[in-house]
Write a protein that binds this ligand. Structure first.
Ligand SMILES: [Zn+2]
Length: 400
């Protein structure tokens, strides 16, 4: 297959490749070059891309595909079967919105593993899934699998890895939605934290921590944690330490900003929750600004469905736009949504760039997102592993 006539954006912010040919063979990119010097095999299927801008498929590093938050729309007594169907539905919507790789940071009942296997086997379309399985916490913490003491933490980590987890998620501090505990506290003992991280690392699995707390984050960095989620109240000192140790930051900034209000209203969130989101939001955006100026490794994640409507676009695109509002260049924000997550996952020789040998995970937009990130609002073409899953330009017009 040949994508012909599109422009390939340069993620380093350098000059784009205009009027290009991208040759796709099987699941991977075979060649990329100017149309004049990149011959298209006579038997190739040609997909016209004139006027379009090609970028790598987007990657979202903080996703719960069966999100079920407090509120009027909460589903009570949901069975694992029904949760699996919801997970699959949200996985497919995510892919169609331009997100070709996701990391799941807390799923229940093992449905993430089931859905991942079904997608990987080709039974269903869906994004590439990396999953942390069930979120592990000390009793009363922000997560599902509650354990206590180093031995139980070791066992819980091993169980998730046995089930197929390629990350471990620890809830190392409280959450915005919790009605108990202190979001700034650090409830794990040193032994619990160190053991959980050591056992994961001994299995070649990285660990991420849900954290709003600077103290919990500080001790987790000492214990060797690889990544921090949210970081609502992180201090400049902790951010400098993250930078020094190469710890990743997944901001999920959309959850605390104004665009999420429509979502919280839709699901019937109570007033106390909306007020708490507002107050956290002010600190959170400040943390993001400081993280950017400090040079912390940032990978995009939303903590909302990747496709969830947000301020006229999706949560994934809105998250990238807020990164620019907070100080990133558009090219930096695009990297935070593509090659940076690939680096964090350790798959940056396979996805995250448009290069020969890489998986053909390709999205097309109407203008150059490295000039203005809002171009991501115009996603109209999505390819994953060489298969076109969406092409608005080729869609059959509906009669009215
Ligand atoms: Zn989350």
């Amino acid at each position: 297959m040949a994508l012909v006539g599109g422009n390939v954006a340069d993620l380093a912010g350098k000059a784009p490749l205009l009027d290009a040919v991208v040759l796709v063979e099987g699941e991977r990119i075979k060649a990329i070059g100017p149309r004049a010097t990149t011959p298209v095999p006579t038997d190739a299927t040609v997909v016209p891309m004139q006027g379009k801008w090609l970028i790598p498929g987007l990657m979202n590093m903080h996703v719960h595909l069966a999100l079920n938050l407090p509120g009027a729309a909460r589903i009570y007594g949901e069975t694992a079967d029904s949760m699996a169907l919801r997970t699959l539905d949200n996985a497919q919507k995510s892919l169609l919105s331009g997100v070709t790789t996701i990391r799941l940071t807390g799923s229940d009942a093992g449905v993430d593993f089931t859905v991942k296997r079904a997608i990987d086997s080709g039974m269903f379309a869906g994004p590439r899934i990396h999953t942390a399985g069930s979120s592990i916490v000390a009793t009363g913490g922000h997560g599902k699998t509650e354990v206590n003491g180093a031995a139980e933490f070791a066992k819980a980590v091993r169980e998730q890895i046995k089930a197929g987890a390629t990350w471990i998620k620890l809830g190392i501090s409280g959450g915005i939605s919790d009605t108990h505990g202190d979001i700034g506290a650090s409830p794990f003992t040193d032994d619990e934290l160190k053991t959980a991280i050591e056992v994961a690392h001994r299995n070649g699995v990285k660990v991420t921590g849900h954290s709003g707390s600077p103290i919990a984050t500080d001790v987790a960095i000492d214990a060797g944690i690889d990544c921090i989620e949210h970081g609502y109240f992180l201090t400049p000192d902790v951010l400098r330490k993250m930078k020094a140790k190469g710890v990743w930051y997944v901001p999920t900034i959309v959850v605390s900003q104004s665009g999420a209000r429509a979502f919280y209203k839709k699901i019937g969130s109570p007033d106390w929750y909306l007020a708490r989101v507002d107050s956290v939001g002010k600190a959170h955006i400040g943390v993001l600004r400081t993280a950017i100026t400090t040079g912390v490794n940032i990978a995009l994640g939303t903590d909302q469905y990747p496709w969830e409507p947000n301020e006229g676009t999706t949560a994934t695109v809105r998250e990238a736009e807020i990164y620019v509002d907070a100080g990133m260049t558009p090219a930096q924000a695009l990297r935070a949504a593509t090659i940076e997550p690939a680096r964090m996952l350790g798959v940056d020789s396979e996805v995250g760039l448009l290069k020969p040998g890489y998986y053909a995970d390709i999205v097309a937009v109407d203008s150059d997102p490295t000039r203005a990130i809002g171009a991501l609002r115009t996603i109209g073409f999505v390819m994953k592993g060489g298969k076109i899953v969406r092409n608005d330009a080729a869609a059959v017009p509906t009669a009215n």
